[in-house]
Design a protein around this ligand. Sequence first.
Ligand code: HSE
Length: 320
Amino acid sequence: MTFSSAPLTVLAPATVANVVCGFDVLGFALAEPNDTMQLRLTDQPGVAIIHEDEFGLPTEPSRNVAGAALLAMLRGVPEEVGVEVRIRKTIRPGSGIGSSAASAAGAVVGLNQLLGQRFTLPELVHYAMYGEEVASGVRHADNIAPAIYGGVTLIRATVPAPDIVPLDAPPLFVTVVHPQIEVKTSDARRILKQEVPLRDAIRQWGNVGGLVAGLLQHDYSLISRSLEDVIVEPVRSILIPGFQDVKDGSRIAGALGGGISGSGPSLFMLSQDEATARAVENVMHATYQRLGLAYHTYVTTINPVGCQILVESASTAPVL
Ligand code: HSE
């Protein structure tokens, strides 16, 4: 098996998990923002993590999301190898747009490249989920899978092995607002009810099926009708100031719909064209300026390729 001795740089994208109705089973990758990570193999077995950003994340490999994913992956490698990772995060931890997944996915994609691409995509998802476990206590894949595969992904199952279904989707513009409050994924999961009334489950799986069909058939009206969550959103939205104003105002501005990105606090809205996505951004500006809450917005698209290896010419090439 060939090893690459040259260091490489990976761009790892932000992601939107759940996509309103698909709690833990749907997600998509964003064209922006991205984290940057440099990886190289070392003679010293194990994992070394260096953070070159302002966030003060733990660097002990077992407590670091990239580190935990890499340790899991190295356990699947018979040779004694070591890897050093330098991480520059742009995706703010705790923002709800897959910061931990970007670290874990970028790390396993990078190490796989250094090891001669020996793992399959579902295996990369499997290893990266160990990072999510460090971040939130749960091995969910709805940020990891789109970060690795790109585009929109359905996570049909994660056990006994990840069963990931990439979904074709029509052109979509995404407006994201990140109000500067903290919502920990572990807390946002703890408050969820463990039992769901059958009538809510029926409505929700109708929406999940409708959203998947709407994406595959490029039917914007069906996508819009299916962007409804009767199970998770009613519980979590109370944690996010401005939620209802952004949601209602965005629909009035022409958005197809949207809701909480992952476990929040970021909110996202999907639009059919860029002008609408910009009008939605104005709704977000108005909402958070009125509330006097600091925030960031992004108007972006869906990243179709996921993590990318940056080649020397500074252009990018898909690795997978
Ligand atoms: N599906 C997960 C949740 C995503 O909503 O808890 C966390 O980013």
